[in-house]
Design a protein around this ligand. Sequence first.
Ligand SMILES: Cc1cc2nc3c(=O)[nH]c(=O)nc-3n(C[C@H](O)[C@H](O)[C@H](O)COP(=O)(O)OP(=O)(O)OC[C@H]3O[C@@H](n4cnc5c(N)ncnc54)[C@H](O)[C@@H]3O)c2cc1C
Length: 358
Amino acid sequence: MSHVVVVGAGIAGLAAAWDLKQAGVDVTVLESEPRPGGVIVTERRDGFVVEGGPDGFLAAEPEIPALSAELGIAERIVRQEARGSSRWTGTAFEPLEEGGAAALLGIETRTADLAAGFCTLADGMGELVTSLAERLVGAQHAAPLLQLGQPVTGIGIAGAGWRVAVTGGSTLEPDALVLALPAYAAGPWLKQIGLQGSDKLDEVFYAPSTTVSLAYRADQIGHDLEGSGFVVGAQHAAPLRACTYASSKFAGRAPQGHVLLRAFLAPSRDDSATIAHTQLAAILEIRGEPLWSRVFHWSRALPRYPERYALHLTALRERFARMAPVALAGAGYDGAGVSACVRSGREAARVVLGRLGG
Ligand SMILES: Cc1cc2nc3c(=O)[nH]c(=O)nc-3n(C[C@H](O)[C@H](O)[C@H](O)COP(=O)(O)OP(=O)(O)OC[C@H]3O[C@@H](n4cnc5c(N)ncnc54)[C@H](O)[C@@H]3O)c2cc1C
């Protein structure tokens, strides 16, 4: 039986592993962190559901519904409730046309796709990760399929296959490799094995992101929360860039009589929770302090690709065809949205299986 190592247990790596496992090959997923999911993190606190990374996916995209159906959790998908967003001018809210908030935040998506709104899972985006991880682990018989806390330190060529070095000195020698890692992590390894054109991966710029989730009692909020949130006009230097009314956007995000807000901040040296609360309190007429807040700092969050990146990737992948089976997957290559990452992971599995003759 062929052995495939998937490096990285973000959603792209998990989706790749799912298809590889279904195809009957022996799979090992190596993940450096103690939990799977990468930037998908959902936490529960006092009856609130808090998202650290993505809070949903575009309803117009079929990848997550299709995968959820395979996992038996299709009925767990829920649609966005509150729709529409506004722009804070500094003194008042102005309604934004559909897609306007995404455009102001620099997110590239087709307006037609945005018009259909967003979906998530009843317990948050982490439910997709948990379900995938459980099904993968449950499917395994011998060595653990999903190995957490196992940072890969490098890759090399070993005969007709690969050598994968893991922190602590152990090595694996699989027949095929899926690198489901950010571009800044995969690039140096590909350079090290002499793959021409892999420099381009260093040019993918990952913008930092800080989000602060804040819990309040509903009676603390003086202003009506209309729609799913607001963005702050680009002319303002304020650290607050946008706010999602998380408990209006999706059902079940806060207990009865409570509100969950999620602030998106520009990088700042000051205390993010204090900045978020102070700015939101002024705009939304909030009385008193939040019940609690939760900050997520992502030093490298959403990737921005260099010019002509797709062409470079095509050339790189053509060179892969002359090596032992290997594929790249994830946000660093084929689109940053969760749906695109699922598509990319599944495509990587398809390519590797094709090379293995499976
Ligand atoms: C704050 C934020 C909000 C977002 N909001 C949305 C949204 O609302 N909707 C949407 O569609 N998308 C959103 N996105 C984008 C989307 O969530 C991500 O692009 C996607 O989840 C990335 O998945 P991935 O598997 O490619 O990468 P990652 O999640 O980065 O996974 C890569 C994995 O590789 C592991 N790894 C790295 N180096 C090694 C190593 N040496 N050895 C072993 N493992 C390693 C990492 O620990 C990680 O688990 C958001 C992203 C962020 C950060």
